[in-house]
Design a binder for this molecule. Structure first.
Ligand code: GLC
Ligand code: MG
Length: 534
């Protein structure tokens, strides 16, 4: 049987508000994405994942949905969505939607009905509890966006649970009617032809049936988000969640060749459980560990080994380098290392996910107080996510070609010198490095589906083989600003350097890396033993 498409795909996350505005309201939209499909084809990615485009009061920018089967007018119409799907498919791009099953908007008709009285039919669709004896919240659970996760609600005089904003009440997934309604939402979109879902906060879906207090987190550090004061032992990652995930998967499997991705922030040993028994869970539990590991060759080497070792038999790995919730990679590790990171992402074993703009090294943008949008920043200053959600920089023209008017979030100051137009014209740009890496990945079986084997290396070099029976590559990445030399097991030819200029160079047993350089070498196929770096 042929491998499913998503195993050899490069996924590209679009934050629709910030990709391309087509109707001059300063906010990106679906027609804007259609205009930019040729760019995505040229970049070489295979699938787009769109952050939520559904009807929403936008308290959390679309992660608060008031109608799961309607497109928010800000982004366009259902007809625009169908057009996007059709045009994307016509140029060979898959489209993956964001599915937000853990919570709705407080303005969803289900919640309006639920909150209206204690004995209405929708009461049990959400999580309602009486206050603790003697008054106060039902338990100590904290919201990820600051403060208690419980909000008192008149007129029925109970508290409801929200893992995020009070404007995002959690659904009660113990209720079979909720499950059935949400499965139908999935069928609605799958039936329209979408190629899969990225499921928002999937590990939160079900909570302890006894609502026990969470214990304190002994590892809490000053500067951590406030909810980290607790270990979310009872409010997330409950054993029952796996049954729910299995059900979501079986809905997806009613349609051929669809992809189910889970958003999961958990330690690797718990993360891999979401592949499910017999791999009947999500196809890809998003692996965010590169976002959370210090940018250090040894730490990353250990991380890869650990992840590879923990993967269940037959499970397909995946790697994420950036998203709309985390600081931009080019700011976090620096622009020189962003090139090394690109090579890492696109040469590791497993499906890579690229966040829009990271291919041109978009920087984290400092947002002036009066322009802050993110509710998280408003609740917990300093931790907001606006800085990684700024408009795509297409050109040096007004508003970077994103919009004809001032965009909803400020552009990075460097946009006139850093944009798709100028990077496209510069063979040595990060954008062209991404294009070459994606192209190479497409051409070389070793990169698409080969085994991963570490080459023992020390210091600031991370080196590994990717190999199939008849294709063998060595990837060597210099995580630092000094030169480094690496002994390699057999002679080969440089396929690609992150600096763009060494293709075709013969390397004979020793490879020298320049500062911040990554190199991919095609090796001869003779059997050789790994040696160490020096
Ligand atoms: C996920 C989303 C994030 C959102 C949260 C609540 O973590 O990625 O942007 O705020 O869920 O839905
Ligand atoms: Mg618009």
């Amino acid at each position: 049987m042929a491998d499913p498409w998503w195993k050899s795909a490069v996924l590209y996350q679009i934050y629709p508000r910030s990709f391309q505005d087509s109707d001059a309201d300063g906010i990106g939209d679906l027609r804007g994405i259609i205009e930019r499909l040729p760019y995505l084809v040229e970049l070489g990615v295979d699938a787009l994942w769109l952050s939520p485009i559904f009807a929403s009061p936008m308290a959390d920018f679309g992660y608060d949905i008031s109608d799961y089967t309607a497109v928010d007018p800000l982004f366009g119409s259902l007809a625009d969505f169908d057009a996007l799907l059709r045009e994307a498919h016509a140029v060979g791009l898959k489209v993956v939607l964001d599915f937000v099953p853990n919570h709705t908007s407080a303005e969803h008709p289900w919640f309006r009905e639920s909150r209206a009285s204690r004995d209405g039919p929708k009461r049990d669709w959400y999580i309602w509890r009486d206050g603790a004896l003697g008054g106060g919240k039902p338990n100590n659970w904290l919201s990820e966006f600051g403060g208690s996760a419980w909000t008192y609600d008149d007129p029925a005089g109970q508290y409801y649970y929200h893992a995020f904003l009070a404007a995002q009440p959690d659904l009660n997934w113990r209720n079979p009617a909720v499950r059935a309604a949400m499965h139908d939402v999935m069928r609605f979109w799958l039936g329209r032809g979408v190629d899969g879902f990225r499921v928002d906060v999937i590990w939160h879906l079900i909570k302890d049936d006894q609502f026990r207090d969470n214990p304190p987190n002994p590892d809490f550090c000053a500067g951590d988000p406030p909810h980290r004061r607790q270990l979310p032992l009872y409010s997330a990652d409950r054993p029952e969640v796996h049954e729910l995930v299995r059900e979501l998967r079986s809905v997806v499997d009613e349609f051929p060749e669809r992809l189910l991705i889970g958003e999961i922030y958990l330690p690797l040993d718990r993360l891999v459980k979401y592949y499910g028994r017999d791999l009947a869970g999500v196809h890809l539990p998003f692996n965010f560990s590169l976002l959370e590991t210090p940018w250090d060759a040894r730490a990353v080497a250990r991380l890869i080994d650990r992840y590879e070792a923990l993967l269940p038999e037959g499970a397909w790995p995946n790697w994420v380098l950036g998203n709309h919730d985390r600081p931009r990679v080019a700011s976090r590790i620096g622009q020189a290392q962003a090139r090394v990171a690109a090579m890492l992402l696109l040469t590791l074993r497993g499906t890579p996910t690229l966040y829009y703009g990271d291919e041109i090294g978009l920087l984290q943008v400092a947002i002036p107080a009066e322009r802050v949008q993110d509710p998280f920043e408003k609740n917990v200053p300093g931790l907001g996510r606006d800085g990684c959600r700024t408009p795509m920089q297409w050109g040096a023209c007004a508003f970077a070609g994103f919009s004809e008017v001032s965009p909803w979030l400020p552009l990075a100051e460097n946009f006139a010198g850093n944009n798709v137009a100028c990077q496209g014209a510069d063979p040595a740009s990060l954008l062209n490095l991404y294009r070459r890496l994606i192209g190479l990945r497409r051409r070389r079986p070793a990169l698409r589906r080969g085994a991963y084997r570490p080459l023992q290396a020390v210091g600031d070099v991370l080196a590994y083989f990717r190999e199939t029976e008849d294709d063998r590559l060595l990837v060597a990445l210099n995580f630092d600003g000094g030169r480094a030399a690496l002994t390699i097991p057999s002679p080969g030819t440089v396929m690609l350097s992150s600096s763009g200029d060494r293709a075709g160079e013969d390397v004979v047993y020793s490879l020298t890396l320049r500062p911040h350089e990554g190199v991919i070498v095609a090796l001869g196929l003779g059997r050789t033993e790994p040696t160490s770096a020096n």
